[in-house]
Ligand binder design. Structure first.
Ligand code: HEM
Length: 460
């Protein structure tokens, strides 16, 4: 069992927390298959800071839901941590040059480069596009038709990414990328298949019928499509658009060199991977809660009726208080990622009075922090009003992580969520086909509503 050493220079510290007693293999399986149960059990036993053993070949993790500790982690000089190698799990998806796997100067430079399109005016310009896409996708539904909200929201968010990041218009390539990417991500659809990402020994190519073999083949197909698009656009540098690929094609490093094809591919995969399923899942959860609790829906519709959705500036939608509170509460109660990116200590350090050895993963637990009853009374109750009654610090509320790695797409994702919800709910009425509580289940490294939220279209 691993133990934290209390810093001898600190007085009046609470006793050093123990780590879980179960064997490593059991904790790994428990954490993959029943993550909420695992985290809540450990929290009950050890409180808001405990050390888990090595997991999936990674160093021991210091799991914390203590806002003071989280503040210290997010505000410590990033040079103290390495992030890249702590997140190798997603390397097969995003490649070695992904922003997520970079550290130090390279990370900082690449982040500065990618940031502008996801903020301010550039982002707002996508408002109309997002609303059009939502309208188009939902408009296909017929009265009485039942649909799975997560699949439909995924179609919307993928369209948004393909148009805004890739600058693609609908057509054959667009269709192909959509199909292959969906098939590839479906490789991690269940908690069992998600184990493929976590357990290296399962990553063997036994032909296209084997799970890993199938993933590799889908990835190869997707790579071919991405490289095809990169090469096409490299021949049209005089006709670049406002999209993010256009921007990346024009940047030059200090030696005047453009990004290589592999670097371009890895950043595109990062946006696709980080940006589309996360937002789609958040939207599916929001639709679930809105239809699960009638008062929430009533209040929201009253707010939406106060604006003219067809003529409104999308920024006005983004400022609606109750809609904003619903989005915040959706990401609080079941955050899409339970942990931010792993930060591994490079040298020993002190964290709220404990001496942490080098080579430890510092892991603020988003899920446990969002369920602290001292910060969120009745934490298991969906209550958007809590976000209207008080403000939470970035160390109490962290669905997008924090510090120098805070989600690059945060503003974009929230904007997209609000515009899609407002568009869809102003024009159509839905009802849940099953009125039972939904729980999150693992899909890769994210958590999605089990069954995907079944809704049907009804008369308003
Ligand atoms: C509701 C939707 C989303 C959620 C909940 C979410 C959540 C997160 C979280 C928890 C992190 C880790 C932050 C940390 O370690 O401190 C992250 C990082 C990241 N996200 Fe998001 N994300 C969402 C949407 C997006 C979108 C739309 C994009 C872009 C198209 C995006 C791109 C990224 C990137 C590139 C990083 C890595 C940042 C870095 O390493 O510097 N995400 N996201």
């Amino acid at each position: 069992m691993i133990k934290l050493q209390e810093n001898s220079t600190q007085q009046n510290q609470s006793p050093i927390p123990d780590g879980p007693r179960e064997p490593e293999w059991l904790q790994t399986i428990w954490g993959i298959l029943r993550p909420i149960d695992y985290l809540e059990t450990m929290h009950r036993r050890y409180g808001d800071i405990f050390l888990t053993p090595k997991f999936a070949g990674l160093p021991p993790q210091l799991v914390t839901s203590n806002p003071q500790a989280i503040q210290q982690i997010f505000t410590t000089d990033p040079q103290q941590f390495i992030c890249g190698s702590g997140n190798r799990l997603i390397q097969p998806l995003v490649g070695d040059n992904s922003l997520i796997l970079l550290d130090g100067d390279r990370h900082l430079k690449q982040r500065k480069l990618l940031m502008p399109p996801f903020h301010g005016e550039r982002m707002q310009a996508y408002g109309k596009l997002i609303s059009e896409i939502a309208h188009q996708v939902i408009g296909r539904l017929k009265m009485g038709e039942t649909f799975i909200a997560r699949s439909l929201m995924q179609e919307i968010s993928l369209n948004v990414i393909l148009r805004s990041v890739f600058g693609l218009q609908e057509g054959e390539l667009y269709q192909q990328i959509q199909e292959v990417l969906t098939a590839m991500l479906n490789s991690f659809d269940s908690p069992i298949s998600a184990a493929l990402l976590f357990l290296k020994p399962l990553q063997v190519d036994l032909g296209s019928w084997s799970p890993w073999g199938n993933f590799l083949r889908q990835r190869e197909k997707l790579d071919q499509l991405l490289y095809q698009e990169i090469h096409r656009r490299q021949t049209q540098l005089d006709h670049l658009g406002e999209d993010i690929l256009s921007l990346l094609l024009t940047v030059r490093d200090e030696q005047g060199q453009p990004m290589t094809d592999v670097e371009l591919r890895d950043e595109l995969m990062t946006m696709l991977f980080a940006g589309h399923e996360t937002t789609a899942t958040a939207l599916a959860w929001a639709l679930y809660w809105i239809h699960y609790i009638p008062e929430v829906k009533d209040k929201l519709l009253t707010e939406l009726n106060s604006i003219d959705i067809t003529n409104v500036d999308p920024m006005e939608i983004a400022r609606l208080p109750y809609l904003s509170a619903i989005c915040s509460e959706t990401l609080r109660i079941y955050p899409i990622a339970f942990f931010p990116l792993a930060r591994i200590t490079q040298a020993p350090m002190e964290l709220i009075g404990y001496h942490i050895p080098a080579g430890t993963i510092l892991a603020p637990c988003i899920y446990l922090t969002h369920h602290r009853p001292d910060i969120y009374p009745e934490p298991n109750r969906f209550r958007p009003e809590r976000f209207l009654e008080r403000q939470f610090s970035p160390y109490e509320y962290l669905p997008f992580g924090g510090g120098n790695r805070r989600c690059l797409g945060m503003a974009f994702a929230l904007f997209e969520m609000k515009v899609v919800l407002a568009t869809v709910l102003s024009e159509y009425s839905f009802t849940l086909t099953q009125k039972r509580p939904l729980k999150p289940v693992r899909r890769g490294i994210t958590f999605v509503p089990s069954g995907g939220v079944h809704l049907s279209v009804v008369d308003s």
